[in-house]
Design a protein around this ligand. Structure first.
Ligand code: UDP
Length: 338
């Protein structure tokens, strides 16, 4: 298939671009580089051994999106593009709603007009709110704890309404906690400023960019008192997108959600100690107060992805740490500017 990947220069998008190419698909990237660097594309071209066409514009621009679909004949779209920082979404909610919903509207219009019927969407386990664990795809209603999460829940609803009207087939991929990096160490997660997420923060402590990890609370009702999350290697996640794309025409309903997670919870301290093993020595940490809004523990029910997509996460926590560490060591300050 010829696949348009929106946000293909981002963390999960870039790994998925390589997985699509490795599976024999042709990829075209659209990305405005609002939260990524153009040097990502050069790395992808080296790893893929071929040029990757890139269109650098903001998808909320309806005219530019329309012109792209006029110029190219796509078989499918994998839609990652969007703002993703929870805290920032609380400070600038209007930007989040405008950007995340606007790009989806613009894409859906262009798809409907050009008869492009296949879409894989980057959603999040955040839409489960505080549902009972493990999270199952048939849980309702969807909810969210912040504007970022609401943009995901709202986009899912938009897809459910629009798909039947335009004959679309849409897979909603609900990610748990993506971590890790390509085994080459050439691409990985490159947060701008202070990392919000645990794994990139630990990696920056290990490489000396941050003095210590602050563990947000050790008095939760879990085995070691720290929160448990379902970490998933970005390479497994990327394969999940290919599996979903290739399954779209056979889906049991036009819009279907799939959890992409490993199905087990790992605590903050377990992940931290696994990272110490990858580095080969102890790292500094300190327990501080809870972070507002954190849930104690959640993980995915993975049955649907296994049964319908034939997909399971294969990489271990140690793989996730070793690959993150390789990326961080080779690129202590992330991607170069040029
Ligand atoms: N966490 C932490 N210190 C940090 C960043 C995160 O202790 O500097 C904890 C956080 O409280 C949560 C877990 O690590 O329990 C995963 O946090 P992350 O933001 O990566 O994912 P999310 O909570 O959004 O699933």
């Amino acid at each position: 298939m010829k696949v348009l990947v929106s946000g293909g220069a981002g963390y999960i998008g870039s790994h998925t671009v390589l997985a699509l190419i490795a599976s024999g698909h042709d990829v075209v990237v659209v990305d405005d580089f609002a939260n990524s660097k153009p040097t990502v594309i050069a790395r992808l071209e080296t790893l893929a051994g071929r040029p990757i066409p890139v269109h650098a514009f903001d998808l909320t621009d309806v005219d530019k999106t329309e012109r792209l679909f006029d110029a190219e004949r796509f078989d499918a779209v994998v839609h990652f593009a969007g703002f993703k920082a929870v805290g920032e979404s609380v400070e600038n909610p209007l930007d989040y709603y405008t950007n995340n919903l606007g790009s989806t509207f613009s894409l859906l219009r262009a798809m409907a007009r050009h008869d492009v019927r296949r879409l894989v969407f980057s959603s999040s386990a955040t839409v489960y709110g505080d549902a009972p664990v493990p999270y199952r795809e048939d849980h309702e209603p969807l909810t969210a704890a912040n504007p970022y999460g609401w943009t995901k829940a709202m986009q899912e609803q938009v897809f459910r309404d629009v798909a039947p009207a335009h004959g679309l087939r849409i897979a909603l991929l609900r990610y748990f906690n993506p971590v890790g990096a390509h085994p080459s160490g050439m691409i990985g997660e490159d947060p701008q400023g202070r990392p919000n997420n645990l794994m990139p923060f630990i990696a920056q402590v290990a490489v000396g960019r941050r003095p210590e990890l602050e563990v947000f609370g050790d008095d939760y009702p879990t085995a070691d008192g720290t929160c448990e999350r379902d970490y998933i290697h970005v390479e497994d996640l990327a394969r999940g997108h290919v599996a979903a794309l290739e399954h779209l025409d056979a889906m049991v309903e036009p819009v279907r959600a799939f959890n992409l997670g490993g199905g087990v919870g790992t605590s903050v301290l377990e992940l931290f100690h696994a990272f110490e093993r990858a580095v080969g020595h102890e790292l500094p940490y300190r327990v501080v107060g809870r972070r507002p809004g954190d849930l104690p523990a959640y993980w995915a029910d993975t049955a649907r992805a296994r049964e319908e997509l034939g997909w399971v996460a294969e990489k271990t926590i140690d793989d996730m740490c070793a690959d993150t560490w390789r990326w961080q060591q080779q690129n202590p300050n992330g991607f170069p500017d040029a």
